[in-house]
Design a binder for this molecule. Structure first.
Ligand code: TRP
Length: 335
C-alpha cells in the first residue's frame, strides 16, 4: 500500500446544503482528482438510522446525497464510492470491535454525553430517548474506518473525538489479536470554510438554518435573501468579518473577488445589493451541477448502479479482511 488512504462518510439524514458542499464535498472531490490519495467515500446510512427513523427520509436522502456528489464532479472510477449498508462486513466488524471496546470509553463520547445532559437539564431520566445506536455510534464509525485501513479521515471538529476512539479501539484490537489495523488520524483542514447558516449559527441540519445546495433559482434567491444581516443602511460601512453573507461570499469567490467585496463592505454596500451579488456568484457555480443533479434524481437506477459497482470494489477488500479477522478471534472452521 503506497498511497495514503483517505476515507470519509456522510450521514444520509438530510438534504445536502451549501455548508456540506464547501466543507466536505468540494475539498474531497478536489483531493480525489489530484491522484495523490486513494479515496473512499461512502453514504453512512446505518448511522442515519440513529436519528432519522422515517424510512422515506432516509431513502430519499441517500439518493440526494449520492446524486449531489456525482453532480459535483466525483468520478466513481477514480475513487471507491459506496453505501455503508451494502458492505455486510461493516456490521460484522462492528461486533468484533464492540467486544474490544471499554464501555467507559463510550460513556465519554460527546454526542452521548450531550444527550444525557439535555435529559438532566429537562428533569428527565438520564437515558430518556437514548437508543443503543447513539451510545455505540463511535464503534460503527470505527468499523467504517478500520475496515479499509484508512490513514486520514477528513472530518469536522465535532468528529475528531470519534476518530480518536477508532484509533484507541484499533490499538486495543491489535494489542490483543495481532497487528491487523492501520491507526487512523483525523484530518481537520483549517482552510476549509465552515459556513454560518441563515441565523448566524453554524450551518447545520440540526439547527434547521441551512441553504440547500440544489434549489431552483427562485428558491435560491429567496434563501439568500433570508440570511441574517443588521440594520445598517446603504452607505454605512459594514464589517465583513462578522457577516454570514460575506463568509458565504468568501467560500465561493476568488481571492480578488473577495478583496473587492471587502472594499464594497467598507464603502457601505446595501445589504440588498450584496445579496443580489451573492446570488449571482453562487448560482453561476451551481448551474451545471444543478442540471446534472436533477437528471440523476429522475434516474435513480443510474445512481443505484454506481453504488452497486462501488460496493463490489469495496467488498474485494472487506471480504478478505473480515476472513482474517474472524480467524484471528477464533471463529474458523473446525475441520
Ligand atoms: N459520523 C460522521 C458525521 O456525522 C459520518 C461518518 C460515519 C463518518 N462514518 C464515518 C465520517 C467514518 C468519517 C469516517 O459526520
Amino acid at each position: 500500500m503506497s498511497q495514503k488512504r483517505v476515507l470519509t462518510g456522510i450521514t444520509t439524514s438530510g438534504t445536502p446544503h451549501l455548508g456540506n458542499y464547501v466543507g466536505a464535498i468540494r475539498p474531497a472531490v478536489e483531493a480525489s482528482l489530484t491522484g495523490e490519495f486513494e479515496s473512499f467515500f461512502f453514504l453512512a446510512d446505518y448511522h442515519a438510522l440513529i436519528k432519522a427513523q422515517d424510512p422515506d427520509l432516509v431513502h430519499q436522502s441517500t439518493l440526494e446525497i449520492a446524486a449531489a456528489w456525482l453532480a459535483l464532479g466525483l468520478d466513481p472510477d477514480r475513487v471507491t464510492f459506496y453505501r455503508q449498508s451494502d458492505i455486510p462486513e461493516i456490521p460484522e466488524l462492528t461486533w468484533l470491535l464492540t467486544c474490544m471496546t471499554a464501555k467507559g470509553l463510550m460513556n465519554r463520547a460527546h454526542a452521548y454525553k450531550g444527550a444525557v445532559q439535555v435529559n438532566i437539564e429537562a428533569g428527565e431520566d438520564e437515558d430518556n430517548a437514548i437508543n443503543m445506536g447513539l451510545f455505540s455510534y463511535p464503534i460503527l464509525m470505527a468499523a467504517d474506518i478500520l475496515m479499509f485501513n484508512a490513514h486520514q479521515i477528513p472530518v469536522g471538529k465535532d468528529q475528531i473525538q470519534h476518530v480518536e476512539m477508532a484509533r484507541d479501539i484499533a490499538q486495543r484490537f491489535n494489542h490483543h489479536y495481532g497487528e491487523h489495523f492501520v491507526l487512523p488520524a483525523a484530518q481537520v483542514d483549517e482552510d476549509v470554510a465552515i459556513l454560518q447558516g441563515l441565523d448566524g449559527r453554524k450551518m447545520s441540519k440540526s439547527y434547521g438554518n441551512t441553504i440547500p445546495l440544489f434549489l431552483t433559482e427562485k428558491q435560491l434567491k429567496k434563501h439568500i435573501n433570508k440570511i441574517k444581516t443588521n440594520l445598517l443602511e446603504p452607505g454605512e460601512p459594514k464589517d465583513p468579518d462578522s457577516s454570514a453573507l460575506f463568509q458565504i461570499w468568501k467560500a465561493f469567490a476568488t481571492e480578488s473577488q473577495t478583496a473587492e467585496m471587502r472594499r464594497e463592505f467598507a464603502n457601505g454596500i446595501a445589504w440588498g445589493e450584496a445579496k443580489r451579488q451573492l446570488f449571482e456568484l453562487v448560482n453561476e457555480q451551481l448551474l451545471e451541477p444543478r442540471e446534472k443533479y436533477m437528471q440523476l434524481l429522475e434516474n435513480p437506477a443510474q445512481v443505484e448502479d454506481v453504488l452497486v459497482r462501488g460496493a463490489v470494489k469495496a467488498r474485494k477488500e472487506s471480504t478478505l479482511l473480515i476472513k482474517k479477522l474472524r480467524s484471528a478471534v477464533g471463529i474458523r472452521p473446525l475441520g
